[in-house]
Write a protein that binds this ligand. Structure first.
Ligand code: B12
Ligand code: SF4
Length: 467
């Protein structure tokens, strides 16, 4: 079968965004894995990334040129409108092309996607096995149900994500990367790559669950360290990666796995700095694990601090406390680990006083990167259901399912106050700003390591001049 996968991503501003930050410059591991599996089964696969196209006419042309038998759309809730527009255009190009939708939104709100008669099939949950079986059935001319429940794969039996599917498209669109994926920050110099070591999470935050359980099943399935090391070796040989982001919701959940990973990372000669996501309670409970991770290359953590109010943390079932948030911040600082701080403003039931507590907490933590969100109710979690039941949601259509802090997404909050809180939460205390400046200039010009390196360079220059 000739298969075209479509990355509908990038939200409403998706076109011409490839390479721009993490939304535009990171591959989607779901489609990259689906593509790898379909290729392995003998199908011909290519990918259209909306982010690397100019407009819908460009999309139509690409579909025409590729003349696929099947088009598979991957989508989050925020991608619903562009994905449905894509389905419509595919059918206009050729009504015989089979359209299949999968990913978080079709899994969490299948009825909305099935409502569109132009969508021929919907796959719920993980697609590697069932999508490929579907392609095989099409090839044999067999009938396939419209709604298919994806079978969960053994992650160690999967091939590695086919990054080329994305990178080739980006290059064709003129993005001349010195890095396979867009670096996260100036502290993750290229070549930068992302990877996924497992699926699922055993925690129960109300703004997330049960969505991820529905998508990946309850609990965590992690690839073996050997399988992950195989992919890292491939990334080293093929892309010479210099920095790495591991996307797992919570890589630090299994101490033994992390311990084995650190040992193997070091033993196999990897020295590249890496970042990952973690929970603050893990950082606090297992400082020794964090220390070990820092020894082998952990350079930064994405931490979900969420709120500076213990009442709000309980309400959203985060399972952490403000004291743990502060302590996790202190531990990161101790091991020179950068902090990417995720937190929310404008949650349901949150008072202005509690928002101020979040501001005060952020000033105390003094993270390296602020990642604030206006709480957004999107389908698939208990807090979304709460907002719908209480008539709180201000989201008018799927384009509004982005957490970007532009407009408050629920009723009961003063927009002006939240916008002030957004700015204020990111304003450092004078003491912290000064400390940061000093650290920066020390690191850049005066640290003993740098001084030795600079002296070495000067000596070589002098020597070179004489020679
Ligand atoms: C990494 C990540 C990001 C990255 C990179 C995204 C990217 N390029 O893919 C960044 C930081 C940019 C990001 C951004 C956002 N993200 Co995000 N992200 C994730 C995260 C942590 C991992 C994604 C991943 O690779 N998973 C592993 C792969 C293997 O799983 P998968 O992609 O779901 O694919 C499998 C199935 O879904 C299915 N499938 C997928 N596509 C298709 C297509 C077909 C045809 C078929 C048959 C099957 C199929 O098969 C795949 C293999 O089994 C997930 C949480 C998670 N653990 O998955 C959240 C998650 C996907 N993100 C989420 C959200 C809300 C967002 C944002 C909207 C947040 C915001 N800023 O407002 C944005 C929107 C981005 C956009 N579209 O523009 C939600 C989506 C919920 C929803 N209802 O849509 C999730 C589930 C987190 C959560 N628990 O709430 N995200
Ligand atoms: S928010 Fe993070 S820790 Fe909480 S349930 Fe979701 S993935 Fe797990």
């Amino acid at each position: 079968m000739k298969v075209t996968l479509v990355c509908s991503g990038g939200g409403i501003d998706g076109f011409s965004s490839a390479g721009k930050g993490m939304s535009g410059g990171w591959i989607g591991h779901g489609l990259a894995l689906l593509g790898a599996c379909a290729k392995e089964a003998g199908h011909e696969v290519n990918l259209i990334d909306r982010r690397a196209l100019r407009d819908w006419e460009h999309f139509r042309q690409e579909v025409k040129n590729r003349a696929p038998d099947v088009v598979g759309f991957g989508m989050l809730s925020v991608d619903f409108n562009p994905a449905m527009k894509g389905v419509e255009l595919v059918k206009q190009v050729d009504a015989n092309i089979v359209t299949v939708a999968g990913g978080p939104h079709p899994t969490l709100a299948p009825e909305e996607v099935l409502d569109n008669p132009l969508v021929d099939h919907v796959v719920l949950g993980e697609g590697e096995i069932s999508f490929v079986e579907m392609l095989d059935s099409f090839e044999r001319g067999e009938k396939v149900d419209r709604l298919v429940r994806g079978e969960r794969p053994d992650l160690d039996r999967l091939p590695f994500a086919d990054r080329g599917l994305y990178l080739d498209e980006w290059r064709k669109a003129g993005y001349d990367y010195d890095s396979p994926e867009a670096p996260l920050s100036p502290e993750t110099p290229p070549p930068f790559v992302t990877m996924i070591a497992g699926r699922g999470c055993r925690y129960n935050c109300a703004f997330c669950k049960p969505g991820e359980d529905i998508l990946f099943g309850k609990g965590v399935r992690r690839r073996s360290v050997s399988h992950v090391m195989g992919e890292l070796r491939q990334l080293r040989d093929k892309y010479h990666f210099n920095t790495l982001m591991i996307h797992d919701d919570c890589l630090t959940e299994d101490r033994d796995w992390v311990g084995e990973f650190c040992d193997r990372y070091q033993a196999e000669g990897f020295t590249q700095a890496f970042w990952c996501q973690a929970r603050v309670d893990h950082v606090v409970k297992h400082e020794d694990m964090i220390k070990r991770m820092a020894e082998v290359g952990l350079a930064g953590l994405f931490l979900g601090f969420e709120s500076g109010s213990d009442r709000v943390l309980r309400f959203i079932r985060k399972g952490t406390t403000v004291a743990k948030n502060l302590e996790a911040g202190r531990i990161c600082r101790k091991y020179d680990i950068r902090i990417w701080a995720n937190y929310m403003l404008g949650l349901p039931t949150e008072t202005e006083e509690e928002v101020r507590e979040t501001i005060a907490m952020m000033k105390e933590i003094d993270p390296d990167y602020y990642s604030p969100a206006f709480y957004t109710p999107y389908p698939g979690n208990d807090l979304y259901d709460y907002c719908i039941e209480h008539g709180l949601s201000l989201v008018k259509n799927h384009d509004g399912y982005s957490r970007n802090p532009t407009e408050p997404k629920i009723k009961g909050h003063d927009p002006e106050f939240l916008r002030w809180a957004l700015r204020e939460s990111q304003r450092r205390k004078l003491r912290n700003s000064v400390k940061r400046k000093v650290r920066y200039y020390w690191g850049r010009y005066a640290s003993p390591k740098k001084a030795v390196r600079r002296a070495g360079r000067m000596m070589r220059a002098v020597h070179g001049g004489r020679g």
